[in-house]
Design a protein around this ligand. Sequence first.
Ligand code: SPV
Ligand code: MG
Length: 541
Amino acid sequence: MDGKSALRARLAQPGPLLVMGAHNGLSARLVREAGFDAVWASGFEISASHGVPDANILTMTDNLWAARQMVPAGLPVIADCDNGYGNAINVIHMVRAYEGEGIAAVCIEDNIFPKRCSFYAGVARELSPIEEHAGKIKACLDTRRSDDFLVIARTEALIAGWGMEEALRRGRAYADAGADLVLIHSKSKDAREVLEFARRWDRPAPLVCVPTIYKTTTADELAAAGFKVVIFANHGLRAAIQAMRSTFTTLRREQRCASVEDRIVPLEDVYELIGVPRMKAEEQSYLPAGGAPVGAVILAAAPSPGLGELTQDRPKAMLDIKGKPLLQRQVEALNEAGIKEISVVVGWQKDAVDLPNLQRYDATGSEGEAASLMCAEAVLGRRTVVLYGDILFDGEVVKRLLQTEGDIVLVVDRSSTERPGRDLVHTTNGIADDGRMLAGQRRDTLERIGVDLPGANGEWIGMLMLTPAGAQALRDAWHARARQGGQAPVHEAPSLARASLPDLLQALRDEGHPIHTIDTYKGWMEVDTFEDYRRAWSLVR
Ligand code: SPV
Ligand code: MG
């Protein structure tokens, strides 16, 4: 049921409708949470929330923009439309716009344009002629597409000091013009005025009141007198001002966030109110896997004795290759594949790693690569590409990796299986039966990975992708061993501290976690020796 049908249906039920003022989508959600029947898109609140007086300074479009933020809260929205923002012609435009945005009802008052808020003391106040306002009401009724879109006529006769007889005359004229409800406003400190109005009311249109100033009267008392709708117009905004003022004052004085922690809601409360959990579910349902944010972790903590003096003052990742550090070339290739959130795990000569915009994790003192990766475990909550800091590769390799299904996926080069000291793999299917291979076409399952691997059918290039579930499995495997002291061998490593990534991956595989591979045929190189380094210079542009 849409808002206007719900409001019409609720009006037909017994008891008064309790309506609460709001000024934006968030406050409307709080109105719903508290159990009110409808939201009042209050001109007073909306103006104040923009920091301007309630005096037709905001335009119709400003007010409509605020009111439409309230519709998704799920309660009928009754929009305070001041004086209709002009004459009957403006009102026609207004009704089309408000009904089109899913607002349930509009309320227009008989203030002239520009209006003045009913409560501002000592400001000029004038009412439009009765016929003119009745004409606006008729314009509303003739313009609305559905009879469920309610039109509330409001008279300010009591506010302007024009007396009870004038108030009744106006109320009757607006009801006779067809208004669905009539709002009688008063700034008297007690409810006698509005109660008398209700006692003398002799039209079928139900009555609405706003007991801001006659504040001790309950909604039940007003309902007993004949009011069908009671609007608490501006208490949300006033409560917010008080809460913000005291919080700001304390923070200014104390200058630390903990000083106000006990008087503000937790962040999770905000997330819940604005629908973050639903957004997460929708992301999972509708975003392609490749569209979800992906991070990268580059492991660049280890020293590299194989390159002698070249890496005495820097890790391999900072080796200059034709005017750019290897690490920068990696970052550019990752960026090209759409990965912008990049972390680097540093250790050996960490101060030399001085590229901007990288999240740094310090693995000083860690021996094995698995321990280095665990230093960055905080960023493994999203899909992550993990890679060694000493490989050069095409962005295309990363793009294909991101398109591959699986919680843990390794990139495997099928062109070399004979290189001693490298991370070799054996996968279930290996090379196609006919002995040919199309680079990057095949997804396979890892059987074994290690340095000493007779019968290997590929080489791991030092890059893998983890989904959050894959990362969790890896972390669980690590922490389970760490809890037991970490002294037991992990695959080819003598202890957990010295385990390489292949060691931990093999352990995971042996526990039954599927690990997948995709193929590449060259398209990458490792920089491990002088010979590699020379080759890198000749290959990169
Ligand atoms: C509003 O909330 O903007 C109203 C009610 O019109 S009152 O402020 O009481 O006039
Ligand atoms: Mg108002």
